[in-house]
Write a protein that binds this ligand. Structure first.
Ligand code: NAP
Length: 492
């Protein structure tokens, strides 16, 4: 099968020269091919999106929302199929695949509700017989650039608020995961979204991504990916005076205090460290543990890690799937070697798995380091794989300091039974998301999603906050006095 772009409501072969194979990371099988597009395809898509936006903005928001209800309904109907495609394409285990598709469904219904809100403000005027209000105005054509690790959920966090607010969009999915974008484009077509409202262009970040950022008619770029790429996107976007929303990398920590429920903490750590094979932006890659419970926690983690089954995520009994590709395996193993050179103690894992049934895929053994120094590279840099670093501390203050020592600020968590410690932690942990007595993953779509410092640039996906990315405030004054009333004139 060959995947084509979805532009102006029709399927069009990309104009670039190269095809690339989409490979199942669980077994190395080629799933399909996708033609990489070029600048001319972006130009074509933007032309269609710009034309469509003129009409789309006139469709009342509750009617725009009706399309989202239909999209949500179709996604629900196809949930199992979408989850299977997702798992084959990027490797996360099938129950997580279902969970991710469900996030998209939830986002569709939630954002559809916004079609009847899109709240602005009405305020009293300082003058008699004058009315003052603000409304959210759409921005125009917006560009969405998404990563492979959440190939559908992240796209829904961006595209659904964009269209309900009256924008049209061009979506460039990651080269590794075009199939989910193809499935979503089919849904956009089936629900009858007017041609040009939703456009999908396949291709590399360097070609298609750059063309989108440089295009004068794309006014917003909403990007999710690594901090390194995000910085390049922001630099180029800045030169073109784009509104750029960035959701980037993380180095998330679970804090385990001496009064924690350790069984609960172990469960939370395993789920957030090894879910999606550690390739979540919110994955727990540091465990900051109070010295009085460190030994006990190590033992319990080691015990529970033995029961993690590793393999093809389509097998319902598997708990940890493959990582995305050979380059990821190499990067993860490189960090494990760095950890050993830095003097951290390897308690478990640390191997590329090449047993029968695994050697055609990309599997890394869940790995646990202890005695990790808070400022070492494995404790500071995003590894994006199934590797945990245990760091010992002696107090809550120290735990918070260690948590905050990294350049990222996405998610953090604390396990404690002391309500005072929990509240101090949620105040002082400088991440965009904080969990108490849960791991670092599990965000809900109706709250803002994003992070501080090197993780973001002040914008948020998801929740009502996502509307801030895709709208501009317009303030409107209506004077019904019948005479010229001058505001901001000192009448004293
Ligand atoms: P990535 O390499 O930065 O790629 C992300 C997207 O950007 C892809 O579509 C990529 O296209 C595109 N891209 C690459 N170079 C570009 C350029 N010069 N201009 C414009 N676009 C460009 O990230 P990834 O490996 O896919 O994803 C993993 C990263 O995403 C991790 O760091 C993770 O923490 C982060 N992430 C963050 C969040 C969050 O909400 N904070 C959520 C999920 C993931 P190609 O595929 O063609 O390279």
């Amino acid at each position: 099968m060959k995947l084509n772009n979805y532009i102006n409501g029709s399927w069009q072969e990309g104009g670039g020269a190269d095809y690339t194979a989409v490979v199942n990371p669980a077994n190395g099988e080629t799933l399909c091919e996708v033609k990489l597009s070029g600048k001319s395809d972006v130009d074509e898509a933007v032309k269609a999106a710009k034309r469509a936006q003129k009409e789309w903005v006139l469709v009342p928001a509750p009617k725009r929302a009706d399309y989202l209800y239909e999209i949500g309904r179709l996604m629900k109907e196809r949930k199992e199929h979408l989850a299977q495609v997702l798992t084959k394409e990027m490797g996360k285990v099938i129950e997580e695949g279902r969970g991710e598709v469900q996030e998209g469904i939830d986002m569709a219904f939630y954002m559809a509700g916004e079609g009847r809100r899109l709240f602005g403000e009405t305020v009293p005027s300082e003058l008699q017989d004058k009315f003052a209000m603000s409304v959210r105005a759409p921005i125009g054509v917006v560009g969405l650039i998404t990563p492979w690790n959440f190939p559908v959920a992240i796209a829904t966090w961006k595209s659904f608020p964009a269209i309900v607010a009256g924008n049209t969009f061009i979506w460039k999915p990651a080269t590794e995961t075009p199939m989910m974008a193809y499935e979503m484009a089919k849904i956009f077509e089936e629900v009858g979204l007017p041609p040009g409202v939703a456009n999908v262009v396949f291709g590399s970040g360097g070609e298609v991504g750059t063309a989108m950022i440089e295009h004068p008619d794309i006014r917003v770029i909403s990007f999710t990916g690594s901090t390194e790429t995000g910085r390049r996107v922001a630099e180029l976007g800045g030169r073109h005076l784009k509104k750029v929303s960035l959701e980037m990398g993380g180095k998330n920590a679970v804090i385990v205090m001496d009064d924690a429920d350790l069984d609960l903490a172990v469960e939370g750590i395993l789920w957030s460290a090894f879910g999606t094979a550690g390739q979540r932006c919110t994955a727990c890659s540091r465990v900051i543990v109070h010295r009085d419970v460190k030994k006990e926690l190590e033992q319990r983690l080691l015990e529970q890690m033995k029961s993690l089954t590793i393999g093809d995520g389509l097998d319902e009994s598997v708990k940890v799937g493959p990582v995305i590709n050979a380059a990821a395996l190499e990067k993860i193993h490189g960090y494990v070697e760095i950890g050993q050179q830095e003097g951290a103690k390897l308690l478990a894992g640390g191997r590329v798995l090449e047993d029968e049934g695994q050697k055609c895929g990309y599997y890394y053994e869940p790995t646990l380091f202890t005695d990790v120094k808070w400022d070492s590279r494995i404790a500071q840099e995003e590894i994006f794989g199934p590797v945990i670093s245990l760091i010992e501390v002696g107090s809550l203050d120290e735990a918070i300091e260690v948590n905050n020592s990294v350049t990222y600020g996405l998610s953090s968590s604390i396990f404690t039974r002391d309500v005072n410690q929990a509240f101090r932690a949620q105040r002082d942990l400088d991440t965009g998301i904080v969990y108490v007595n849960a791991g670092t993953t599990g965000a809900e779509i109706h709250l803002p999603f994003g992070g501080t410092k090197g993780t973001g640039n002040g914008h948020r996906d998801s929740g009502v906050a996502a509307l801030d990315v895709f709208t501009e405030w317009k303030s409107i004054y209506v004077d019904y006095s019948g005479k010229l009333q001058r505001a901001q004139i000192d009448t004293e």
